[in-house]
Write a protein that binds this ligand. Sequence first.
Ligand code: SF4
Ligand code: FE
Length: 493
Amino acid sequence: MSLMTGEQYVESLRKLDTQVYIFGKKEVNWVDHPIIRPSINCVAITYDLALDPEHEELMTATSNLTGGKVNRFSHLHQSTDDLIKKVKMQRLLGRKTASCFQRCVGMDAFNAVFSATYDCDKAHGTDYHENFRKFLTYVQENDLTVDGAMTDPKGDRGKAQGKQADPDLFLRIVEKRPDGIIVRGAKAHQTGSINSHWHLIMPTQAIGEEDKQYAVSFACPSDALGLFMVYGRQSCDTRKLEPGADVDLGNKKFGGQEALVVFDNVFIPNECIFLCEEYEFAAVLVERFAGYHRQSYGGCKVGVGDVIIGAAALAADYNGAAKASHVKDKLIEMTHLNETLYSCGIACSCEGYCTEAGNYQIDLLLANVCKQNVTRFPYEIVRLAEDIAGGLMVTMPSELDFKSDLKVPTQSDLTLGEWCNKFFKGTPDVTTENRMRILRFLENICLGASAVGYRTESMHGAGSPQAQRIMIARQGDFAAKKQLAKDIAGIRD
Ligand code: SF4
Ligand code: FE
């Protein structure tokens, strides 16, 4: 099968019997739900751009498994050039959507599971790598979107998997059968899980022998029996339910998506299993997946940053403040921070290396430095954007007020809309509506629904800041650095 169009992708979702809950109810037509649809549009554009000759160089690749042309989101990186193109593709999509476009979690999981299963088979004589190659061939040939799922609910953070009061707080194997396994538990805040065709599950932490039932990796379809999802709400999400809402949404077409994915005794056949109790490979999977996703943020968040910088500059134009030297300086600072993130994403890609399995892995230290910066710089970028935008970003009347024909019974005999447009006019050559649009866009990304993707996800997505600091400590090689100092200072032990 060839690459799908965005529309074909949306139609393919309708054919699944995915169980989705939102606002306390089961939603049958979740594909057209106004709160969910923007996140589906984001994934759809990853399909459309792959068919656009202008972008196919970044958006597609030649599969090492099939020899065919595949969407880069289902590709195994074959070189450092592929790793660089991945980051550039993510920046492009961030620029087009100003949102989390979700499909990267699957791509990062493919690359991590591919090399980890190879290493596990070598150590244990298992067949997981072959299982995974067959699964990924199926994904590539059908141009599927797959949710790469790692994060368990984790319960009491002070206790290991098996010591939790409720054993389901980490996803685990509850039964081993000749034809497969039964799994139980959940994955929390899963990006793009509802609008994925399949899920690729990995453990969330290092696991000891006593908890080996938690060391499990597998694939299952979104509509597997016993699997259901609960949509994660976002700030201001019910604005999307307002009839005719447009300007007040800030970003009408695109948005991110997270959900709780519950596995209530789901059967996984043997051919879909990629790890089953080989507990020492849990940490390997975590380290590799997190490394790839920390690289990813040096692309996607930078693309969104590009749009924020543009919006802040437009807000300054519309406010008549563009010539102020401090405004120019703030835009320079935002650009400096944004390009620093991109530099880290590119650097960890350039320094990538070939794994024994044959795909390319990023440089782990630089990827962790990348993500550590992402936990900080986007916050400073939105602080500066809010500074430039001004308080009107959060005090403006609603779109309905601006559009209202209601006569206000005062001497002037103006409508409510005329009053609002009169007092919120900025520079004479810009309509009040356009000024509103750019301020609402900034509100959306700094404080509204898209703040999930740009702010909090920058903090916690791909691991919270402390997780990167642990990796930086491990990779930083302080012993070698001490020796450098000793050599120059003439210290002999
Ligand atoms: Fe992709 Fe970024 Fe969203 Fe992760 S946070 S899925 S890298 S867009
Ligand atoms: Fe993410």
